[in-house]
Design a protein around this ligand. Structure first.
Ligand code: BDR
Ligand code: CA
Length: 305
């Protein structure tokens, strides 16, 4: 099977960690590197966490490249502490086997996209879009060499999880999100409308734990920690793994093309999505998902030996 050159841009993060473990277990992805961004927790911790996740599954060969320590142009974002003091719910991971690169994520993204044929490298974006926006500022021609970007973010017909209509990844850096949505890149957006329908309950967690791979045991612990740090309900949404699932099995999702812009104001709804008033290029937005199929495929990858 030929694998697709893929960069993961991420702020791990409990659900980021599950998504990364699923990608590393999937032969469809040739993971060229993990670029990190501040979001769920600060940049030093998201960068360390990326290295810890790689170390758990013996993939210290995958480079980790630190990126933005805060939003493009507004002051840093205070987050609810749902990912725990260490960003990974206190779950035991080994220390990184390899130190992070000294390059900045946006520079490394540009160099990597230029070094390979145009259209041959995809980006799976699991956090605030600051690094990709910085790439667009620094080297727009390199940014347009990307094959495809699949990004978790936004809420279309669903309430937000930060403000009434705003979702965390967009709210954490609205100007970056707006730059990416306006750029005419080959983008697929994965909003809360679908990620809230891919939910792990306690039986799912125990199934992962029982399967006994390093990735499935860690994922079970991570989702169990997510139960500890959030309240209400018998299940938890697996936001970021939906990005990997879209890349692996687009048949699981129903998408529509939409032209959207981002509210860059100062209210609680900063970061919310609205129909674009200019003539920008539409992009694909996932609005429906086969939740059971998505959970089965995720479990299959995490439990694979
Ligand atoms: C997004 O916000 C973060 O907390 C999660 O990791 C996910 O990327 C969901 O709104
Ligand atoms: Ca994330």
């Amino acid at each position: 099977m030929s694998s697709r050159a893929t960069i993961i841009d991420t702020d791990p993060g409990i659900d980021d960690a599950v998504a990364i473990l699923a990608a590393l277990a999937s032969p469809e992805f040739d993971v060229l590197g993990i670029t990190t961004v501040a979001g769920n927790i600060g940049i030093a911790t998201t960068t360390r966490n990326a290295g810890r996740i790689l170390a758990l599954v013996g993939r210290g060969d995958v480079p980790v490249i630190p990126g933005a320590a805060g939003p493009l142009s507004r002051k840093g974002f205070d987050v609810a502490d749902i990912h725990g003091y260490d960003g990974l719910g206190g779950v035991g991971f080994p220390e990184p086997a390899t130190p992070p690169r000294s390059a900045h994520a946006a520079n490394w993204l540009a160099d990597t996209l230029k070094a390979r044929p145009a259209g041959s490298v995809d980006i799976l974006a699991l956090g605030p879009l600051t690094n990709i926006a910085q790439l667009l500022v620094d080297e727009p021609e390199s940014a347009h060499r990307v094959g495809r970007i699949i990004a978790m973010g936004g809420a279309i017909r669903e309430p937000g999880n930060i403000g009434p209509r705003s979702e965390f990844n967009m709210a954490a850096d609205p100007e970056a999100a707006e730059a990416v949505l306006a750029a005419g890149l080959p983008l697929t957006l994965i909003p809360l409308d679908v990620t809230r329908k891919v939910r792990a309950d306690r039986a799912y967690v125990e199934g992962l734990r029982g399967a006994g791979t390093a990735a499935s045991r860690a994922s079970a612990d991570l989702i169990a920690a997510y139960f500890q740090t959030t309240t209400g309900g018998e299940s938890r949404p697996l936001h970021d793994p939906c990005v990997m699932l879209m890349a692996l099995a687009p048949r699981l999702f129903g998408c529509e093309d939409m032209a959207l812009s981002v509210d860059c104001g100062e209210t609680r709804d900063a970061g919310s999505l609205e129909p674009a008033s200019d003539a920008r290029r539409p992009f694909s937005v996932a609005l429906t998902v086969d939740g059971g199929g998505a959970l089965s495929l995720l479990a299959a990858r995490l439990t694979q030996r």
